[in-house]
Structure formats: structure tokens, C-alpha cells
Write a protein that binds this ligand. Structure first.
Ligand code: DGL
Length: 265
């Protein structure tokens, strides 16, 4: 790549994509990472496919115009479902990586054959999720317990992670899974790893949680070879938000204070 650094744009509706950034930090070196928390439009999961597609296209345009990115990581299952094909079509030269619920690793992991899938309403209702299930789970001896979690992203965004209401909501969704001997749960929304500790407590630690950050990081590293990225040196990270964001939650994810720049898209 000459002296130019590998530039990566990552986005989500808010804090969730930071769980992917954490995984990228472990694997990607010597690059510049720009993260947009599109909190002005959160939660994506309650929006229409057309709205989510427009947010994704606007963010991609912003990254290209302002940062000349080489790769775009859609760190959001909901936006991947609504926009990934359009993004790839519109930017054929860009490395575009999406996030999909980890059904495949869950099938490899389960012993009881009963798998829980927690995701947003938009992800579960999207055609892409159905295709994934048809491709991977249909003929296998597994049963999927799918559950949309309306309101959970708001709870997480509002820094109410440990609020009793968060646990009550999760209990309501998880009890049927416990009763049905679900032993593996797919976290099909990048926000949900932020409440892993509550999910584990409700499932009495007897549960395997699947999230996709590590797989995304490996995939990006592989694709970065196409543009001869050397992957050594320091990874710099710059955070942006389109609306309000809870600084303390960002700090909680990174373990230190991070500066956040507000932008209008
Ligand atoms: N974190 C996102 C996902 O992975 C979107 C959550 C939302 O805004 O509803 O689906």
C-alpha cells in the first residue's frame, strides 16, 4: 500500500459496534479506524428496511468523502441485512464486510440441538436471515428459538445495563429457552454482548454465547491482503457520533476515556 495507511470505516446505530471494534483491535495493526455511532437514528431494529438502507448509504458516503476508506465494516446485523448488497453494488472497489448472526458456529457448538437466537425485529424479519437459516439449519437436526428483543438496544444505549428492567426483559425472553434446554445462544445484534453477563446469570452460566466480532476481524485481516496491508504498527481509532451518546458506556467498553466527535450526516 506504499506509505498510505489502511483506512477502515466501521459503523453501527450506537454502542453495539464497539464490541466489534474491540475484536478488531486484537487483530488489525497499523491501520486507521474510524467509527460512527449513528445514535441519531438508533435503534435501527425498529426502522423500515428502506430507512436503514438510506442511513447505511449516507454513512458510507461520509466515510469515503471525509476519510477515503479502503474498507467498510457494517458492525450491525440489522444494517447488514438491509444494506449489504446495495453497498457492495454501489462501491465495487471497497472491501465491504457485514455482520450476520452466528448460526453456523452455533450448530457446531450445540449438544442439545436447541439454539436460541436473539436479534432485532428487523434482522429476524429480513430475507437475509431466512436465507441463512434455510442454508445452514434447515436439514440439520437443530431447533431454533428465535426472539426479537424490542427495547433492549434503548436500555443499553441509555446506560441502563444493570438496571433491574434490563434483567426483567431478558428473563422474560430467556425463560422459554431455559425450559427448552437451549445450550447455545446466538447474539444476533452487536449490542447484546454488552449484556452477556446478565444473560449468563439468567441461564445459570450453563450456556454458550456466540458473537461474531472475532470472525469479522479475521475476515477483514484476510481481505486487507488484497491491498497489501502489512498489519504491523499501531492501530489508531477515532470515534464519531451523529446524536447523543453515553460517554460512560463508551468508557466501559474501552476501559478508558475516549474522545467522541459529534458529526452531522
Ligand atoms: N447493533 C445493531 C445490530 O447488530 C442494531 C441495533 C439497533 O439499532 O436496533 O443489529
Amino acid at each position: 500500500m506504499g506509505n498510505e495507511k489502511f483506512k477502515i470505516g466501521v459503523f453501527d446505530s450506537g454502542l453495539g459496534g464497539l464490541t466489534v471494534v474491540q475484536a478488531l483491535k486484537q487483530v488489525i495493526k497499523g491501520a486507521q479506524l474510524f467509527y460512527i455511532a449513528d445514535t441519531k437514528h438508533a435503534p435501527y431494529g425498529e426502522k423500515t428496511q428502506a430507512q436503514i438502507l438510506q442511513y447505511a448509504l449516507d454513512i458510507a458516503d461520509y466515510f469515503i468523502k471525509h476519510h477515503k476508506i479502503d474498507a467498510l465494516v457494517v458492525a450491525c446485523n440489522t444494517a447488514t441485512s438491509a444494506a449489504i448488497e446495495n453497498l457492495r453494488e454501489k462501491y465495487p472497489k471497497l472491501i465491504v464486510i457485514g455482520t450476520e448472526p452466528g448460526i453456523k458456529p452455533a450448530i457446531a457448538q450445540t449438544s442439545t440441538g436447541h439454539i436460541g437466537v436473539l436479534a432485532t425485529k428487523a434482522t429476524l424479519q429480513g430475507g437475509k436471515y431466512q436465507q441463512l437459516v434455510n442454508r445452514l439449519a434447515k436439514d440439520k437436526n437443530v431447533r431454533l428459538f428465535e426472539q426479537a428483543c424490542p427495547g433492549l438496544v434503548e436500555q443499553i444505549e441509555n446506560a441502563d445495563l444493570d438496571h433491574p428492567k434490563t434483567a426483567t426483559m431478558l428473563e422474560h425472553w430467556l425463560m422459554p429457552m431455559r425450559e427448552n434446554r437451549v445450550d447455545t445462544i446466538v447474539l444476533g445484534c452487536t449490542h447484546y454482548p454488552l449484556v452477556s453477563h446478565i444473560i449468563k446469570k439468567i441461564m445459570q452460566d450453563d450456556i454458550f454465547l456466540i458473537h461474531t466480532g472475532d470472525a469479522i476481524a479475521k475476515h477483514l485481516l484476510e481481505r486487507s491482503k488484497e491491498i497489501h496491508h502489512h498489519n504491523s504498527g499501531v492501530l489508531t481509532i477515532k470515534l464519531y457520533a451523529t446524536g447523543p451518546i453515553d460517554q460512560a458506556s463508551v468508557e466501559r467498553v474501552f476501559g478508558k476515556r475516549e474522545e467522541i466527535t459529534h458529526i452531522i450526516i
